[in-house]
Ligand binder design. Structure first.
Ligand SMILES: [Fe+2]
Length: 367
């Protein structure tokens, strides 16, 4: 029998389902069985078709809502964090931005402490505005300031404290949904206060590790997580600025015309900062239009500064400072920068690449 005949037989059988066939399906269900032939299109799609939807969250809506929770909800043991997750409307009310990524706005009021704990899930913070909070990672106090990207790799104790009279908000990114799919999560409480309330401007981890191109001889082993606790805005900004200046001077430096980009990396192996999350920063010159891109794996973008448009899967949004956009797997995306546009991006790319599922397509370029 040919494949074609097989398909016809299946279609015929499904069109006029005989009582015997109905009984067979009922018997399958009673034994917790499910036939492939009735649902092949759902189980194996022609291209990735994410249940997550392309979606935008506005900073000027997120921040007042977070502030209201600051008035009403105490932060402390049990709830642990005043974090409000982006819940993708395609993911059945789960607090997940994408099938693999948790993204949340976290809000800490004046002189509050978020107690220490640790979990298997990997986490980072990105600061779109404000300063005055220290995150204490395994006893090392790390200052949080505008534009900084901070790591809390899995199973490191961490807590936060606000030393100022002002509240502060930032975004958290974690691999929580991935950990849930894989059933790998462990969690432990630490102290109810942070273990060190000192407020150095630079962490011990940075003093040891954040010297450009210089690795301590006491740390030549490869580590799965980057030991750099915080990637500071002054370095990110300089790297992006120099790429655009070099381009102006006629030297190859940028991703494409008018588009500078960097990846935050682990200095011990050159790879991503953590095994499950990739983080990048992009800067588009005013007027730059990027080509349409598609990639396997999901991303979240946050506007750090500037104004522009982003189109995802045919829908176009005008974006401003702090706005967050989810790009599900394989949905085409592109930017048009109205002013200079600074963009922070994080994704599950290390997982996709480690499992050899990566594919990408850039419109106008060879596949
Ligand atoms: Fe945590």
């Amino acid at each position: 029998m040919t494949d074609h005949n097989t398909m016809n037989d299946v279609e015929n059988a499904m069109d006029g389902e005989s009582p015997e066939l109905s009984r067979l399906y009922a018997d399958f269900a009673a034994k917790n069985l499910s036939p492939l032939w009735t649902q092949l299109g759902e189980v194996m799609t022609d291209v990735p078709r994410s249940k997550a939807q392309p979606c935008v969250w506005r900073w000027n809506e997120l921040l007042p809502l977070a502030a209201r929770s600051g008035d009403l909800v105490p932060v402390g043991r049990g709830g642990e964090r005043r974090a409000i997750a982006l819940a993708n409307p395609g993911l059945n009310g789960r607090p997940y931005a994408t099938p693999t990524i948790w993204a949340a706005i976290q809000y800490l009021g004046p002189h509050e402490t978020a107690p220490e704990h640790r979990h298997s899930q990997n986490a980072f913070r990105f600061v779109v505005e404000g300063e005055g909070v220290w995150t204490v990672v395994n006893g090392d106090p790390v200052a949080m300031r505008r534009g900084d990207f901070l790591l809390t790799p899995g199973w490191n104790f961490h807590g936060h404290h606000n030393e100022t009279d002002q509240p502060m908000a930032w975004i958290d990114g974690l691999d929580v949904p991935l950990a849930e799919h894989l059933d790998v999560g462990f969690f432990e409480f630490g102290t109810e206060r942070v273990t060190d309330y000192s407020t150095p401007s630079v962490s011990r981890a940075e003093r040891l590790w954040a010297n450009p191109g210089l690795r301590p001889l006491s740390g030549l082993d490869s580590h799965v997580n980057s030991p750099i606790a915080a990637y500071r805005w002054e370095h990110t900004d300089r790297a992006l600025r120099e790429q655009l200046l070099l381009e102006e001077e006629g030297f190859p430096a940028t991703v494409e015309q008018g588009h500078a980009g960097i990846r935050f990396t682990n200095p011990t192996n050159g790879g991503d900062v953590m095994p499950t999350l990739r983080a990048e920063f992009h800067r588009l010159r005013a007027g730059t239009q990027t080509p349409s891109r598609q990639e396997v794996g999901s991303s979240v973008w946050q506007v750090f500064e500037g104004r522009g448009e982003m189109a995802v899967a045919g829908e176009t949004w005008t974006l401003e400072k702090g706005d967050l956009v989810v790009v599900p797997s394989w949905e085409p995306w592109e930017f048009r920068a109205e002013t200079q546009l600074d963009l922070f991006r994080f994704s599950d790319a290390p997982v996709i690449e480690r499992l050899s599922f990566e594919r990408s397509y850039v419109a106008g370029r060879e596949r």
